[in-house]
Write a protein that binds this ligand. Structure first.
Ligand code: NAP
Length: 267
């Protein structure tokens, strides 16, 4: 029941109406019996959104495109990993002190841990915000990192930041890796007919992960399945980053199986 004690969590971004955050966070709050709601706010400006969080005593917020970088100037404390990545996707309101974290980073790595990361060659396709979170997460596990990206300067700069190797996108076909992670929006609706990495360069011993989750089975994952690679879809990272936010806000580990089943039936 919503009453005067109900606490508020939210996501703010623009656009935000497609967000699956409210579906999974509200289901998890209900399952844990926590008197709180999670709402989506489409906003124009990071500073004003942060001010609203303070004014309304919103207990925690997910931050999404295009505010993950700009929000950093308006909060009180930033976790060192989020600062290194250069993006905050989670705000925690700690008795009026707004703290910023990046849960994408750990979330990208979580689904790969069962396959082992240390000492492996991990190729990351892309050099945007998601790529930065993924690359810092992978670097913490002492893998050999390859970055490939359409815009060479961005790719090179990310590769340098994580002590990896940059290979231009036109040379993707030559890349040999144990793990491949697509972090670009290629393969995402409305680009679902495009593939982010050449199918001819996939081999059956590879683990292939896509951060895109609309559609769930991207062209990359389809090709990887055909080559008998191990595949990890974008929901794994999405759920892991949301679960980490939920824990930061409530101190409780949410039911991730519930989150996945609710999301799968709302795709
Ligand atoms: P971003 O910062 O805008 O970066 C986009 C990346 O995609 C860049 O590397 C860009 O290359 C590349 N790219 C875009 N269009 C391209 C094209 N036509 N050809 C070649 N490269 C292209 O975006 P982001 O925040 O990193 O998000 C990227 C994707 O990750 C989105 O689909 C987002 O929904 C998804 N994501 C998923 C999760 C999850 O939890 N599963 C979390 C975060 C993000 P250039 O550098 O050359 O522009």
């Amino acid at each position: 029941m919503i009453d005067a004690d109900t606490r508020v969590f939210c996501v703010f971004g623009n656009p935000v109406r497609h967000s699956k955050g409210p579906i999974i966070h509200n289901a998890a709050l209900k399952k844990q019996g926590i008197n709180a709601v999670y709402l989506a706010f489409e906003v124009q400006d990071a500073a004003q959104a942060v001010q609203a969080v303070r004014t309304l005593d919103i207990r925690g917020a997910s931050v999404t495109i295009p505010f993950k970088e700009s929000v950093m100037a308006h909060i009180d404390w930033i976790d060192p990993t989020a600062r290194a990545i250069g993006a905050v996707n989670t705000l925690v309101n700690d008795d009026g002190v707004l703290k910023g974290y990046n849960t994408d980073c750990l979330a990208a790595v979580a689904p790969l841990i069962p396959f082992g990361i240390a000492g492996k060659t991990v190729c990351i396709v892309g050099a945007g915000g998601a790529a930065r979170a993924v690359a810092y997460g992978i670097a913490a596990h002492k893998a050999n990192i390859i970055i490939t990206n359409r815009t060479e300067q961005k790719g090179l700069s990310l590769a340098q930041a994580v002590h990896g190797l940059f290979i231009p996108a036109r040379e993707m076909e030559s890349i040999k890796a144990d793990v491949l992670i697509n972090t670009t929006s290629i393969g995402m609706t409305p680009k679902e007919d495009q593939i982010s990495f050449p199918a001819g360069a996939l081999t059956s011993d590879m683990v292939v992960m896509d951060v895109v989750y609309t559609p769930l089975k991207t062209r990359l994952l389809e090709a990887a399945e055909q080559k008998r690679c191990t595949t990890i879809d974008g929901l794994s990272m999405f759920i892991a980053q949301a679960a980490a936010q939920f824990e930061l806000w409530t101190g409780v580990t949410p039911d991730t199986d519930l989150m996945r089943s609710i999301l799968s039936s709302n795709m």
